[in-house]
Design a protein around this ligand. Structure first.
Ligand code: PMV
Length: 342
C-alpha cells in the first residue's frame, strides 16, 4: 500500500490570463488530498472516493476503454473521481513501463471540488506519485507535475495551464509563465479563504473568456492587463523580506499586494468569471478590513481569497449570507509527499 498526499492552492494573482501565456502567482495551502494505492492483479482500476466534500461513492471500471461507469451520482462528480484518476493511472503506467498495472485507489480530500482550490490537481498529483511508487518508480516533484499537467490537459480537453499541478507538486509560493515554472522565495501571506459551497465549470468559464478575447480588443487588453498586474506583484513579492512572516509583513507591502488583488478581481469580473456570491464575499472581506480580495481559480462560484493578518475577515465572512465556510489558509511548504509506504 502506498499513500501520497498533495496540497491545494490559491491563485494570489493571474488565473485565466495564465492560459494565454501571461504569468501567475500561486500559493499551495494546507488543505490536502490523500491518495492510497494498492496494486491489483487483474489490471482493473477501482476507485473509492469517500470524502470529496460530496456523498461517498465507489465505482469500479476498466479504465478509459471501458467507458464511463454506470452509477447513480451526478456526472461531474463521477468525472471528478474517474477522469482524473484514470488519466493519472495512465501516466503512472507509462512512467513505470507497466501498461497492464491495475490498482485499488482510495481518495480522501479536504479540498472542495471545483471551487478554485485545486482539488483535481492535488488528486492527480498525489495519484501519480502513489501509483508510480507502488510500481517501484520514484519521480521527482517536477516530473510528477509535468505528468499531472498532461493528465489534466487530457481530461480538460486542452484547457489547462501548468499552474495548479506545478504548485501542488512542489508546494510553497510559485510563479508560472507558460512552460517557465519557478518557486518564489516570498513572505508567508496572511490568506483567508471564503467558500460559497458551489463550484464553477472551468471548461465553460475558460471558453467564455476565450470568446470575449477573440471578439473584443478591450477583452484581450484586460487579459494582458492581468499579466501586468502579476508582473508588478512578482516584483513586490520578490523584493519583500521572505522571513517577514504573516504578522511581520509590513503594512505597505500588504496594502500594495491587496491593491493588486483588488485590481485583478475587477479585471476577472469584467471578463465575466465572477458571480454574485463571489462578489458578496469579496466585498464582505474588504468591508471587514482585508487589504485585498479576489476570486481564486476559474470563478463562477467556489472560493475567494483575501489578505488579512487579523481575524476580522474570517469572522465577517462566516456571517456573510452565501458564505458556507471561511478559514485561514496557511502556506503549505511541502508539495507532494509520501504519507505511508508498505
Ligand atoms: O478553478 P481551478 O482551480 O481549476 O483553476 C482554473 C484556473 C484557470 O486559469 C482558469 C485555468 C487554468 O488551467 O489555468
Amino acid at each position: 500500500m502506498t499513500c501520497c498526499s498533495a496540497p491545494g492552492k490559491v491563485y494570489v494573482l493571474g488565473e485565466h490570463a495564465v492560459v494565454y501565456g501571461e504569468p501567475a502567482v500561486l500559493c499551495a495551502v494546507d488543505r490536502r488530498a490523500r491518495v492510497t494505492v494498492d496494486p491489483r492483479d487483474d489490471g482493473r482500476v477501482r476507485v473509492d472516493a469517500t470524502d470529496l466534500s460530496i456523498d461517498g461513492f465507489t465505482v469500479t471500471w476498466d479504465g478509459a476503454e471501458g467507458g464511463p461507469p454506470d452509477v447513480d451520482v451526478p456526472t461531474p462528480l463521477v468525472e471528478a473521481a474517474t477522469g482524473y484518476i484514470d488519466a493519472a493511472v495512465s501516466q503512472a503506467r507509462e512512467a513505470a513501463d507497466a501498461p497492464d498495472a491495475g490498482f485499488d485507489v482510495t481518495v480522501e480530500s479536504e479540498i472542495p471540488v471545483g471551487a478554485g482550490l485545486g482539488s483535481s490537481a492535488a488528486v492527480t498529483v498525489a495519484a501519480i506519485d502513489a501509483a508510480t511508487r507502488s510500481l517501484g518508480v520514484e519521480l521527482d516533484a517536477r516530473d510528477v507535475a509535468e505528468r499531472a499537467y498532461r493528465a489534466e490537459h487530457e481530461v480538460q480537453e486542452g484547457q489547462a495551464s501548468r499552474a495548479d499541478t506545478f504548485t501542488s507538486a512542489v508546494g510553497g509560493a510559485v510563479r508560472v509563465e507558460g512552460t517557465d515554472r519557478r518557486e518564489l522565495d516570498a513572505p508567508d501571506l496572511p490568506l483567508v479563504v471564503g467558500y460559497d459551497g458551489g463550484a464553477g465549470d472551468t471548461g465553460e468559464l475558460v471558453s467564455g473568456v476565450r470568446d470575449l478575447r477573440d471578439r473584443y480588443g478591450f477583452a484581450a487588453d484586460a487579459v494582458t492587463a492581468i499579466g501586468d498586474v502579476v508582473r508588478e506583484g512578482t516584483e513586490l513579492l520578490t523584493a519583500a523580506d521572505p522571513d517577514a512572516g504573516a504578522d511581520g509583513a509590513d503594512g505597505a507591502f500588504l496594502d500594495e499586494l491587496g491593491e493588486l488583488m483588488d485590481f485583478d478581481h475587477g479585471l476577472l469580473s469584467a471578463l465575466g468569471v465572477s458571480s454574485r456570491s463571489l462578489d458578496a464575499m469579496v466585498w464582505a472581506a474588504r468591508d471587514a478590513g482585508a487589504r485585498g480580495a479576489k476570486l481564486t481559480g476559474a470563478g463562477g462560484g467556489g472560493c475567494i481569497v483575501a489578505l488579512d493578518p487579523t481575524a476580522e475577515t474570517r469572522t465577517a465572512l462566516s456571517f456573510t449570507p452565501g458564505c458556507e465556510d471561511a478559514f485561514r489558509a496557511e502556506l503549505a511548504t511541502d508539495g507532494v509527499r509520501v504519507e505511508e509506504a508498505a
